[in-house]
Design a protein around this ligand. Structure first.
Ligand SMILES: Cc1cc2nc3c(=O)[nH]c(=O)nc-3n(C[C@H](O)[C@H](O)[C@H](O)COP(=O)(O)OP(=O)(O)OC[C@H]3O[C@@H](n4cnc5c(N)ncnc54)[C@H](O)[C@@H]3O)c2cc1C
Length: 388
């Protein structure tokens, strides 16, 4: 698929196909997601029905090539999909992001022909939801400290250890798992496996009660002599850390898009509310204090979106994009939090109640500064790339 986000001039604009996808997903999210998002959050209910509908539209296989049943779209289209979905439900947004960029992508990039043929069509059709299991209780920002082990015995790897904070953990059927195959080799001793939830020794642990993104179930995964066929090693033994980092580079474009979606929703709500709410005999939108907040919110969102498109554009063109993805995630997540705080302020006391969407957006925004690398980790990536 050709990408022409940036034509010959400096005008930054989505191409016709990207605009069409954005419009289609926006309409879908408005019709199918918006009416039930608050209820899913309230009940902590996984958006299974929404995901089924998204699968029919090809949104669970956005980046998967056509030959494996996917839509074969570029990263900018993918970013617009995650933004539009997150604008109505940030939980569904992160599930979509993890499924596409943390599960489908590493199989596309590092998988054997057999692995691609076996797993990509299932993921593209949404027959199984994907999860990415790297974090452990004592290995978060420092993923190299993981202690889950994988030992080759005959034609199987035997995996033992605990993973934590896994998005879609209780629901996923295909899980990308990282484990140590050679303890003495440090980060070069980590390997990656494609695990199926029905494999012997696989168990879902506790499901976390969270501040936000309540409809995306987050859990522990427990591996007790988990038996994984040797053929499910993804990439080579010892390549796991490299696979994790390169996968997370792309994942950060997804989370930055999620942050832009949350922020855009908070702005939309604030504009609407400020025009209606009357105090001192006129709409609060007539007060300069409110206008300045709206102006700052909109400006930061626009800047975040272009940082996302820039990182996505570089990825699609085969250029290095770690720094750009980290910048996009750092700035967009900070923007989401800042915009959500301002949105609650604009709503006054009502914004603090569950009657108004901004309360949920405020809770959902925070996670974008934490997962797939905290803001501090993004700064380490950016500085590391500049000071090399
Ligand atoms: C809702 C949710 C969903 C998640 N989904 C997934 C998932 O699907 N798969 C998965 O593998 N993981 C997932 N995670 C885990 C997430 O990626 C980690 O929580 C995150 O990377 C931070 O790790 P930690 O929580 O162990 O914090 P820590 O690494 O302990 O960090 C604590 C604090 O110390 C700071 N810090 C750490 N090291 C440094 C340093 N060197 N310099 C400066 N500051 C530093 C951090 O920035 C942070 O502020 C999820 C987490 C949550 C909460």
């Amino acid at each position: 698929m050709s990408v022409n986000f940036i034509p010959t001039s400096m005008k930054l604009e989505l191409n016709d196909q990207q605009k069409m996808i954005q419009k289609m997903v926006r309409e879908f999210a408005e019709k199918e997601i918006a009416p039930i998002a608050a209820e899913l959050d309230e009940k902590g209910e996984y958006p299974t029905k929404i995901l089924k509908k998204m699968a029919k539209l090809g949104l669970l296989g956005i980046i998967i090539p056509n030959e494996y049943g996917g839509a074969g779209l570029d990263t900018i289209s993918y970013a617009t999909v995650v933004e539009e979905i997150s604008r109505k439900c940030a939980s569904t947004g992160v599930i979509t992001s993890v499924h596409n960029s943390l599960v489908s992508w590493p199989i596309m990039k590092y998988g054997t022909d057999e692995q691609k043929k076996k797993y990509l069509p299932i993921l593209a059709k949404g027959e199984e939801i994907g999860a990415f299991a790297a974090t452990e209780p004592n290995a978060g920002s420092d993923l190299g400290a993981m202690t889950t082990t994988a030992e080759l015995k005959g034609d199987k790897y035997i995996i033992n250890g605990d993973k934590t904070f896994i998005t879609s953990g209780p629901e996923a059927g295909i899980i990308i798992v990282f484990a140590v195959t050679n303890k003495s080799a440090g980060t070069k001793g980590i390997s990656t496996f494609i695990v199926e939830s029905n494999m012997k020794g696989y168990k879902v642990g506790s499901i976390f009660e969270k501040l936000g993104i309540n409809a995306s179930k987050t859990s522990e995964l427990i591996f007790e002599n988990l038996e994984v066929p040797k053929s499910n090693l993804l990439g080579k033994e010892g390549e796991g850390f490299k696979i994790a980092l390169s996968t997370l580079d792309g994942g950060r474009i997804g989370i930055a898009s999620q942050a832009v979606g949350i922020a855009q929703a908070a702005l939309d709500e604030s504009i609407e509310y400020s025009k209606q709410r009357q105090q001192f005999g006129r709409p609060i939108s007539k007060f300069q204090a409110i206008q300045w907040m709206i102006a700052d919110m909109a400006t930061r969102i626009e800047a975040s979106r272009y940082l996302v498109y820039n990182a996505a554009y570089k990825k699609d063109n085969g250029e290095r994009f770690s720094k750009e993805a980290a910048m996009a995630k750092l700035f967009a997540s900070d923007t989401a939090m800042d915009v959500a705080i301002k949105a609650v302020q604009i709503h006054g006391g009502y914004g603090y109640t569950k009657e108004y969407t901004v309360e949920r957006l405020f809770r959902d925004a925070k996670i974008t500064e934490i997962y797939e690398g905290t803001s501090e980790v993004q700064k380490m990536v950016i500085a590391g790339s500049l000071l090399r």
